[in-house]
Design a protein around this ligand. Structure first.
Ligand code: ZN
Length: 417
């Protein structure tokens, strides 16, 4: 049976078998790509970005920038770009009609059938996606840092990435994810977007969304699964290390705060653009393609600094509900209340002056000190896992350091074909 993804299109993996791949790449020009582009190649070829079949041509980029949809009218908020310098365009003879092999780590990764080479006004692009063209916005910076030209065209994977430990079991691309959901027997699933090690505020965000998702289902058979979908991509110093994010999210299930009957931890390769409301829509598309029916959105989803209002993403999502095939589940902030002696939601109990926010800075300092925090803040099993990951993967720190970036095992490798 066809698996239908975003925009009502069938999800198809764009991957060649090794024997055919070897034949197809023979004698073609090879262009090495960055980790950023390799991530996007994975997103395209496994169907995470369905209905995209490749990097965007100018017509699609222009439609996305001006109208938040692809050239064919399918809603789409963020351009998927392949950039190349004028120097490289000349060096590799890049032009419309040429097919090249993209290589990563020195080995062939994908076929790229070039159908467009173009320039685009980066300032206008930033303004549209991020609502600002300031260079200090990390998403704008990424666009300003792209090379002279963009190249559009279809991508076909010729060599599947090998996902390294401990990430392998968590890589469930759309078709695998959909099979996993079927085998779990879930009629509804709710996605949790994360780049964090979970504290109890996050745990309750998930539990709250779980209740909201099954609210109108028969109580004795909820058949609802929480799908933690961690974003693995560009790391910044002081972020949690990827290994801690994925293993600590899974620890919530292993330690029984959830169970395999209602919870699964997975990952998607994506570099956060911090596009707030527009990224919220992109996340909806990703998770639609993963076969997920509901998506939780908390405060300031995918935001950065004070560029976006706390619930701006909710408003934009509401305005395009009929164009999305996933149901947004909105959540307020979860807090700790010392009077209730438990986790509470903004506006739920009336101890307003006593409630304590989960401050990232406070939690960071607790974790850095290595003193086990109260179990109502971070579950003890999660805390132990953070410390284990710090030793095993982070040279003693659960947070990204320059040393970690230099010495870490890559999340995936491309080996000789
Ligand atoms: Zn209270």
């Amino acid at each position: 049976m066809a698996e239908i993804g975003h925009g009502g299109k069938e999800i198809k993996e764009r991957i060649l078998a090794p024997a055919e791949a070897k034949k197809k790449i023979h004698g073609l020009t090879q262009i090495p790509i960055s980790r950023q582009l390799a991530n996007e190649v994975i997103g395209i070829s496994y169907g995470f970005f369905s209905p995209l079949e490749g990097f965007m041509n100018k017509a699609d980029v222009d439609a996305v920038v001006r109208h938040m949809h692809l050239d064919d009218g399918t809603i789409w908020p963020i351009p998927i770009l392949f950039d190349l310098s004028d120097e490289d365009i000349a060096k590799y003879g890049v032009e419309r009609g040429l097919t090249v092999v993209l290589t990563y780590q020195g080995n062939p990764m994908a076929l790229f059938e070039i159908n467009d080479v173009f320039e685009y006004d980066k300032k206008a692009m930033c303004k549209s996606i991020f609502g600002t063209d300031e260079k200090k916005h990390p998403g704008c910076k990424r666009i300003y840092d792209t090379a002279d030209k963009f190249v559009g065209g279809k991508i076909t994977l010729v060599n599947e990435p090998v996902i390294n430990d401990p990430f392998g079991p968590y890589f469930l691309p759309p078709l695998k994810m959909r099979a996993a959901i079927k085998s779990k027997g879930w009629s509804r699933t709710v996605a949790h977007q994360t780049r964090n090690v979970p504290h109890t505020g996050h745990e309750w965000l998930m539990k709250g969304a779980f209740f909201q998702t099954y609210a109108d289902l028969p109580i004795e058979k909820p058949e609802v699964g929480v799908v933690v979908n961690a974003i693995i991509g560009e790391k910044r110093v002081k972020d949690y290390i990827d290994e801690a994010i994925i293993l600590c999210q899974d620890e919530l299930e292993k330690a029984g705060y959830f169970g395999p009957h209602n919870h699964i931890t997975t990952l998607t390769f994506w570099d956060m653009r911090y596009a707030g409301p527009k990224e919220a829509i992109f996340h909806a598309i990703l998770r639609t393609n993963l076969g997920i029916t509901h998506h939780m959105y908390g405060r300031d989803h995918a935001g950065v600094g004070d560029y976006y209002g706390a619930y701006e993403a909710h408003h934009l999502l509401d305005s395009v509900r009929d164009k999305l095939d996933i149901t947004p589940v909105y959540s307020m902030n979860w807090l700790y209340c010392p009077v209730c002696a438990e986790i509470t939601s903004e506006g739920l109990c009336n101890h307003k002056d006593k409630q304590q926010k989960f401050s990232g800075t406070l939690i960071r300092s607790i974790v850095t000190d290595g003193v086990k925090p109260p179990r109502l803040i971070i579950r003890p099993e999660v805390f132990d896992k953070i410390m284990e990951c710090a030793e095993k993967y982070g040279q003693g720190s659960p947070f990204v350091t320059e040393e970690y970036l230099e010495k870490r095992t890559p999340v995936f490798n491309i080996y000789p074909l």
